[in-house]
Design a protein around this ligand. Structure first.
Ligand code: SF4
Ligand code: ZN
Length: 314
C-alpha cells in the first residue's frame, strides 16, 4: 500500500505524475481545489471579483461539472455570483445524456441556468450540419460548425447575462492540444492569445477563464469520481473526425513515455505567451454587418455558416 505523500496516513488513490506525489482522497480534493484557485489567482482573476458574476459554460461532462463545483466553492470564499450556460447542439446519442447529468447535478443547488438550443437559434442542429458534410455539400466538419457556433452563443448569452467572465472546463490536455493545433495552423496570434485567461479585445466580447488549465484530464476524471459528481463518460460521435483527435492520440503517446511532458510544454508556452503578449498584433475586431456580434470580417463565421446551411436545407 502506498501512503499519501501529503498526510502520510491515508492510502493513496492517485499518483500525480508530473509532481511525483501520491495523494489520498481527501488530500487529492484539496490539491485539485488549490491548483485551480492558484491558477486563477496567478492570472489576477480573483482580485476585485466580489459582487461580480461569473458564468460557467457547462456541457454536463466531467470537466464542466468539476469547473462548476470549483467555481461555486470559490464564489463563497471570494463573494462573487455564479450562473451557468449550456448550449444544446442537438447531437443525438450524446448531448441528451450530458444535459440529463447537468440537470441532475444542479438539483437542489440554488443556481440560475440558461439552455440555448442551436436549432432554435440557427434553424439546424450539428447532426443536420454533419449530414450535409457527409454528403459533400459543405466543407465544414461537424466540430467546426459546433465549435464556432457554440463559442458565438456562449459569448453572446454570457454578455447578455452580465457576466464579467465566462469560465470553461478546458483541462491541461485540451490546452496542450490547442497549442499544437495553433502551431500546425501557423496561427501565432491565437497561440499568444490563449492561456489561463483569454482577454476580451472588443466591448462585446466576454473574457474567458480556464480554472482547469493546469489540471490533467485524468485528474479531472478522478476528481469527478471522488467528489461524487455523476456524469456519463460518453464521447461525442464526431470527435474522431477532428484534427484535435489525432493530436490527442499523438500527445498521449509521448506523455505515456515521458510523464509530465504536457505539463512542461504548457508551462513553457505560458512563459512564452507572457513575453510575446505585447509584441504580437492583436486581432482587430469589427461588428458583423448581419448580426452585430464581434467579428474579424464583415460577416461573422456563424452568420456565414447559418446562411449556407439554411439555404441547403431549404
Ligand atoms: Fe462539438 Fe466536435 Fe465537441 Fe462533438 S467533438 S461536441 S461536434 S466540438
Ligand atoms: Zn454575424
Amino acid at each position: 500500500m502506498v501512503l499519501c505523500t501529503r498526510c502520510g496516513k491515508e492510502k493513496a488513490i492517485i499518483h500525480v505524475r508530473h509532481k511525483n506525489i501520491y495523494l489520498c482522497k481527501k488530500c487529492f480534493i484539496t490539491y485539485f481545489n488549490t491548483e485551480a484557485e492558484e491558477t486563477l489567482k496567478k492570472a489576477g482573476i480573483l482580485d476585485n471579483i466580489s459582487g461580480k458574476l461569473i458564468t460557467v459554460a457547462v456541457s454536463g461532462g466531467k470537466d464542466s461539472l468539476n469547473t462548476l463545483y470549483l467555481m461555486k466553492k470559490l464564489a463563497e470564499k471570494y463573494g462573487f455570483e455564479v450562473n451557468t450556460l449550456l448550449i444544446n447542439e442537438g447531437i443525438k446519442g450524446y448531448r441528451e445524456f450530458t444535459i440529463k447529468a447537468f440537470l441532475n447535478h444542479i438539483r437542489g443547488l440554488r443556481l440560475n441556468y440558461t439552455i440555448v438550443d442551436l436549432k432554435k437559434e440557427l434553424g439546424f442542429t450539428v447532426d443536420e450540419a454533419a449530414k450535409l458534410f457527409f454528403q459533400g455539400k459543405i466543407e465544414w466538419r461537424p466540430c467546426t460548425v459546433c465549435g464556432i457556433t457554440r463559442r458565438y452563443f456562449l459569448n453572446k448569452y454570457s454578455r447578455e447575462l452580465g457576466a464579467s467572465y465566462l469560465a470553461t472546463g478546458h483541462n491541461l490536455d485540451d490546452e496542450v492540444q490547442t497549442v499544437v493545433m495553433n502551431i500546425l495552423r501557423g496561427d501565432i496570434q491565437a497561440l499568444v492569445r490563449g492561456g489561463i485567461v483569454v482577454r476580451a479585445e472588443h466591448r462585446k466580447l466576454v473574457s474567458r477563464i480556464k480554472p482547469l488549465h493546469y489540471i490533467y484530464e485524468r485528474e479531472s476524471l478522478i476528481h469527478s469520481l471522488v467528489a461524487g459528481i455523476r456524469t456519463p463518460y460518453v464521447e461525442c460521435p464526431y470527435a474522431p473526425l477532428s484534427l484535435r483527435w489525432g493530436i490527442r492520440e499523438f500527445l498521449n503517446k509521448i506523455e505515456a513515455e515521458k510523464p509530465g511532458f504536457k505539463y512542461r510544454l504548457l508551462v513553457k508556452t505560458d512563459e512564452l505567451r507572457e513575453k510575446l503578449r505585447n509584441k504580437i498584433r492583436v486581432v482587430e475586431f469589427t461588428e458583423c454587418k448581419i448580426c452585430g456580434e464581434p467579428s474579424s470580417k464583415e460577416v461573422c463565421k456563424t452568420c456565414e455558416i447559418k446562411l449556407k446551411i439554411n439555404k441547403l436545407l431549404g
